[in-house]
Design a protein around this ligand. Sequence first.
Ligand SMILES: [Zn+2]
Ligand SMILES: [Zn+2]
Length: 115
Amino acid sequence: MDDGPRVGLPSNEHRAICLYSPAPGQPRCTNTATIHILTDDPHYGPIALPTCDDHAPIARAAGTHLLEHHHEGWCGLPGTRWVHEPVNRCELDDSGPNRTFTTVRTSSYHVEQQP
Ligand SMILES: [Zn+2]
Ligand SMILES: [Zn+2]
């Protein structure tokens, strides 16, 4: 295992706040989330990471970066999905039959810190 940032345990946080944590069990960032990042994690699969501007570079490196958009509207709320097309945004999952959906869940993530 490398010591770069990685996706942490799933979160039930639905407020628009950054879920970066410097290490497992450490207090999380509480900045307002400004960016919603979709990443592909080897363990969790496609997963959405809410992040502030400061921690966006870390969130982008926590897995295979797929998409991102401004954190707004339905982002991070229960019962929503990440829509790839025709627009890259989060919507309620009953919003239409002919869209390409990716079911995602919100997760916290952390950076492993080596001594
Ligand atoms: Zn942050
Ligand atoms: Zn979103």
